[in-house]
Design a protein around this ligand. Structure first.
Ligand SMILES: [Zn+2]
Length: 47
């Protein structure tokens, strides 16, 4: 998965799961030290 980490955080986009090709919601935010933190919300989280 390639992400264009620009200065514009947070970012949200949809990526397809490489296993089952279902869409995954990806959110990239800035961490405490300014590092990018990627959070994934996949079909597996819809409990
Ligand atoms: Zn999947």
């Amino acid at each position: 998965m390639e992400i264009d980490l620009s200065e514009n955080l947070p970012q949200e986009f949809i990526s397809d799961c490489t296993v089952c090709c279902r869409p995954i919601e990806v959110t990239v935010t800035s961490g405490a030290r300014g590092e990018p933190v990627m959070k994934l919300r996949s079909e597996d989280d819809t409990a």
